[in-house]
Write a protein that binds this ligand. Structure first.
Ligand code: NAD
Length: 459
C-alpha cells in the first residue's frame, strides 16, 4: 500500500506538502540500479567524476530559483537558503580541485616491488546518506560529494521535515550525464532511512544522538560501518584578555545562525570574571538588535523554528532554567505568528550546569552565560558535557590556543567562530564523545571513509 506523509510548513504551521516514500521493493530496485552503474562511474577516473560534479553545479544554477523557493518553504528562512546553495557549489568546487591529491594521499603507498605486494583502495559500491532538517541541501550533499569523487554510488535520504527541495534538486541531477546513474535522492522518513541502511554498503548518518544510536545498532547487526555526525552543546570561553565587543560579536554570530538550529552552534558561554559584566552587556545589545523574519521571509536575521517539536524542547528548556534560578536578560519566549513558531533570541545568566539548557543540545537562538575565575575552572566547565563537536576560545591568542587544546572537541575556533565550510580543504576534525563516530568528514581524511583497503600479495 502506498504511504503518504503530510509535511508542515514552518511559516504557517499548515500541512501543505505531501511526500510518497517508495516501498521496499521500489527502493531496492532503484538502489540496485545505482549499484550497477558504479563500476562505470569508477572507471571514469577522478577527472571524469570531478567534471560531472562541476556539471552538477551548473545544473543547480539552471534550477536555482526552484531549489531556492523549495528550500525557503522547507525552512522558512531566505538568507541561509541562498547560503546553502552557494555553499554546496563552493564545497563541490573545492573538493573537485583537491580530490586527485586527496585520493592519492588517502591511498598512500601503492606498491612495494621487493615484496611483490600491492595496496589497493576500493571504494564502497553504494554509500547511503541519511540527513537532518536544519540545512536540508548542504547536509544531504556534504558527504555525497566526497563519496562520489572517491568512486562510490550514493543513495540519499533527507529528512522528512524538509523534503520540498528534493524534486527540483533531482531534476538538476537528472541533467548531468553519468552522475544521474549513480546519485539518487529519496523522499521518506525513518522507515525509509532504515531501509537505506539495509540496502547500502556503508552509511553516513547526520542527525540526533538518539537516532544515531538506533542506526548504529541496526547497521552493526549487518557488520556495516557507519559514520555518525551527531549533536553538540558547544562551549565558548571568553578570557579576561578579550575585547568585550569583539567577543560578543563572535558569541552572537555563533549562537543565532539559522536561529541556532545547527549542530555546532555556541550553546554555552563561560566568561572570565574580569570581563563578565561588559561581555553580558554587549551580548544583550547585539541580541536586542536582531529581528525575526515573521512578516517577511527576507527581512530579519532569525527564521522560524523549522520543526515544531523543537519549539517544545526550547520552551521546556527555558522553563527548566527559570525554575532553577536563571535570569532572562532579554527574550525568553516562543512566539507564534501566523501558525509559525519563532524563538526570541535570548540571553540567560545565573545559569548552572544542572540545567537542561546547559546539559542537552539546545538548537535555538539561546545564549546562557556563566562567569568563571580560573582557566582550570573554564576547562572543567567546558568539558562537563557528553558532547564534543566544536568550541571557541576568545582572548590572548597563545593562552586561547593552550586552553583550547584542553577542551574535548574536534573543532576549535580561536578568536572566531565560523560554522559553515570554514575548515577549508585540509583541516580534519573528529567529533569527540557523543557528537559522532568514525573519523573526519572534513579534510582529505573525508575521502578515506569511503575507501576499503585491499592487499594484493603475489608469489
Ligand atoms: P533525527 O535524528 O531526528 O533525524 C535524522 C534523519 O534520520 C532523518 O532523515 C530521519 O528521517 C532519519 N531517521 C529517523 N529514524 C531513523 C531510523 N530508525 N533509521 C534510519 N534513519 C532514521 O535528526 P534531526 O532532528 O533531523 O536533526 C537534528 C539533529 O541533527 C541535531 O541533533 C543536530 O545537532 C544534528 N546535526 C548534526 C550535524 C553534524 O554535522 N554533526 C549537522 C547537522 C545536524
Amino acid at each position: 500500500m502506498t504511504r503518504t506523509l503530510e509535511i508542515r510548513n514552518p511559516r504557517t504551521g499548515a500541512n501543505d506538502y505531501v511526500i510518497t516514500p517508495l516501498d521496499r521493493q521500489a527502493l531496492q530496485h532503484r538502489c540496485e540500479a545505482l549499484r550497477a552503474a558504479q563500476p562505470a562511474w569508477l572507471a571514469r577516473g577522478i577527472e571524469g567524476r570531478a567534471k560531472a560534479m562541476l556539471d552538477l553545479c551548473d545544473a543547480v544554477d539552471r534550477h536555482y530559483d526552484a531549489i531556492l523557493a523549495a528550500l525557503c518553504a522547507d525552512t522558512g528562512r531566505h538568507e541561509w537558503s541562498v547560503n546553502e546553495i552557494e555553499g554546496l557549489k563552493g564545497i563541490t568546487r573545492m573538493r573537485c580541485a583537491t580530490a586527485a591529491e586527496a585520493l592519492a594521499e588517502a591511498s598512500g603507498q601503492s606498491s612495494d616491488p621487493t615484496l611483490r605486494f600491492q595496496q589497493q583502495h576500493v571504494p564502497y559500491e553504494l554509500v547511503g546518506i541519511i540527513s537532518p532538517w536544519n540545512y536540508p541541501l548542504i547536509l544531504c550533499m556534504i558527504d555525497a560529494i566526497t563519496a562520489l569523487l572517491a568512486g562510490s554510488a550514493v543513495a540519499i535520504k533527507p529528512s522528512e521535515v524538509t523534503p520540498r527541495f528534493i524534486k527540483p534538486f533531482r531534476q538538476a541531477i537528472q541533467e548531468v550525464d553519468y552522475l544521474r546513474d549513480v546519485l539518487d535522492v529519496f523522499e521518506g522518513d525513518g522507515e525509509t532511512g532504515a531501509m537505506i541502511v539495509d540496502l547500502t554498503d556503508t552509511l553516513v548518518f547526520t542527525g540526533s544522538v538518539r537516532t544515531g544510536r538506533k542506526v548504529q545498532e541496526h547497521a552493526a547487526r549487518q557488520f556495516k560501518t557507519v559514520f555518525l555526525e551527531l549533536g553538540g552543546s558547544d562551549p565558548a570561553v571568553v578570557l579576561d584578555s578579550a575585547e568585550p565587543d569583539f567577543a560578543a560579536e563572535i558569541i552572537v554570530r555563533g549562537s543565532v545562525e539559522n536561529s541556532g538550529q545547527l549542530c555546532c552552534a555556541i550553546e554555552r558561554v563561560y566568561v572570565q570574571r574580569g570581563v563578565y559584566d561588559a561581555v553580558c552587556k554587549r551580548v544583550v545589545a547585539r541580541v536586542e538588535a536582531l529581528t525575526m523574519n515573521m512578516d517577511d521571509i527576507r527581512q530579519g536575521e532569525l527564521g522560524p523554528i523549522i520543526f515544531a517539536r523543537q519549539a517544545d524542547i526550547l520552551r521546556d528548556q527555558l522553563a527548566d532554567a527559570v525554575a532553577k534560578g536563571a535570569k532572562v536578560l532579554t527574550g525568553g519566549k516562543i512566539r507564534e505568528h501566523g501558525g509559525g513558531l519563532w524563538c526570541e533570541p535570548t540571553v540567560l545568566v545565573d545559569v548552572t550546569q544542572d540545567m537542561a539548557i546547559m546539559r542537552d543540545e539546545t538548537f535555538g537562538p539561546i545564549i546562557p552565560i556563566m562567569a568563571f575565575d580560573t582557566e582550570e575552572e573554564a576547562v572543567r566547565l567546558a568539558n562537563d558535557t557528553e558532547f564534543g563537536l566544536s568550541a571557541a576560545v576568545i582572548g590572548d591568542e597563545a593562552k586561547a590556543i593552550a586552553l583550547g587544546s584542553r577542551i574535548n572537541a574536534g573543532g576549535m575556533w580561536i578568536n572566531d567562530f565560523d560554522t559553515m565550510g570554514g575548515v577549508g580543504a585540509r583541516a580534519e576534525k573528529t567529533a569527540f564523545g557523543c557528537s559522532g563516530l568514525g573519523g573526519t568528514r572534513y579534510g582529505y581524511g573525508g575521502f578515506r571513509r569511503f575507501l576499503r583497503k585491499k592487499a594484493i600479495v603475489i608469489r
